[in-house]
Write a protein that binds this ligand. Sequence first.
Ligand SMILES: Nc1ncnc2c1ncn2[C@@H]1O[C@H](COP(=O)(O)OP(=O)(O)OP(=O)(O)O)[C@@H](O)[C@H]1O
Length: 451
Amino acid sequence: MKPLVLVADDDPAVLSALRLGLQTKGYEVLSAADGPAALEALDRQSPDLAFVDIEMPGLNGIEVLRRMRKDRPALPVIIMTAHGTVARAVEAMKEGATDFLTKPFDIDQMLVVVERALRQEDLRREAETLRSEVDGRYDMAATSSPVMQRVIDTLKKAAQSDATVLLLGESGVGKDLLARSLHAWSPRREKLFVPVNCVALSEELLESELFGHEKGAFTGAHSQKLGKLEVASGGTVFLDEIGDMKPALQAKLLRFLQNREFDRVGGTRAVKVDVRVVAATNRDLQQAVKAGTFRADLFFRLNVVSLTVPPLRDRLEDVPQLAEIFLRRCCRDMKKPAMRLSEAAMKKLTGYPWPGNVRELENTIERAVVLKSGSTLEPEDVLLQAADLVGEAGEAGAEGLLPYHESVDQHRRRIIRRALDRSGGSRVRAAQLLGLQPTYLSRLLKQLNIS
Ligand SMILES: Nc1ncnc2c1ncn2[C@@H]1O[C@H](COP(=O)(O)OP(=O)(O)OP(=O)(O)O)[C@@H](O)[C@H]1O
């Protein structure tokens, strides 16, 4: 659609010159011979940009600008001023004009100003959309499950203190999202939330990622680098997959939790920071303590407020609203018209045990939306891994054949599981065996619902 430009000037010659110039560039033009007519046109036609002369009888340009700002705060308004009236132009800018143009101006100059103002407005809108999308992405869905509600209520209370929080639960239940929500509910919300994945990096890299390093601390440390704990100062640091942290780092983290201070790698001076710690794991930490792979003293430090997030199979009543949220989000992200789930499809979703939890539900909906061209998702559109596909054997039903992408995913799962078995469960070693970056392997594990 062509942008609609409103031009308001009591000089008919200026009006017609502007109209002509704008029309040659494909803009639609709306003219007004004075201030009241401009405001009326604003109400009636909703233009994308306004050009307003500062000197008009009746209602002057500044007054028109003020009203436009009040009624349509996002409308770009360009003020036209007479030569030698800089003070008035400044006044207009103070009142919120997007730009000004001094008469006489040539048409090319005018078009540059128009294009710049419209581009600015596009960028502003884009930023706003992105912000609302990002905000929405980290919104917790309301829950219908009393157990989950108790987790949320406790977390909201804990958010008001600085207590360390430990989130336990299977992969994909929403621990990351709960940690972000905790930060958003806390008085630290204006400061940063900084996630650190304790399994994605090698031990050395994780140490410098968390605690930072001094220049020259190791080969390649060309300059000082602040660790995530310092970056998060005043805010919250989220230690995801803490159960996989190696013993030497566990000791360093314990010292931090006890004294709120640490040394950067290669540093000689203790750094003190005020940071709230939230940690999460899908491992059984008590078991890990017994097995000697996780320090008991660290476990007790982390375990101040510990919450177990229930798996989705224990709160199937949450499936409908989560499915609806993911469906809306996926259609929007993929720029597809809105879709709905048929009653039978919803029944299929609520009757499935969701071994991969909320993440699996999200992936299932996403896959269905990608493949669907109609507007209603039916049971056959929602493929459930454990129900529709036969797991490890890689065979499906009577035909013995899986859809192509499912088949590939099955193979990827099998290869990764084999590497994990061979490396005794160490993801870093498994990544080495497979010739993958550990971060990429972590991503694959999530994507393929391997826990
Ligand atoms: N209550 C919820 N409302 C909306 N989205 C949710 C909810 N719970 C989980 N999700 C979504 O499900 C996906 C998985 O959640 P999340 O990453 O928080 O799980 P996790 O427990 O941290 O998993 P992992 O242990 O594998 O890191 C995310 O995309 C998250 O946004």
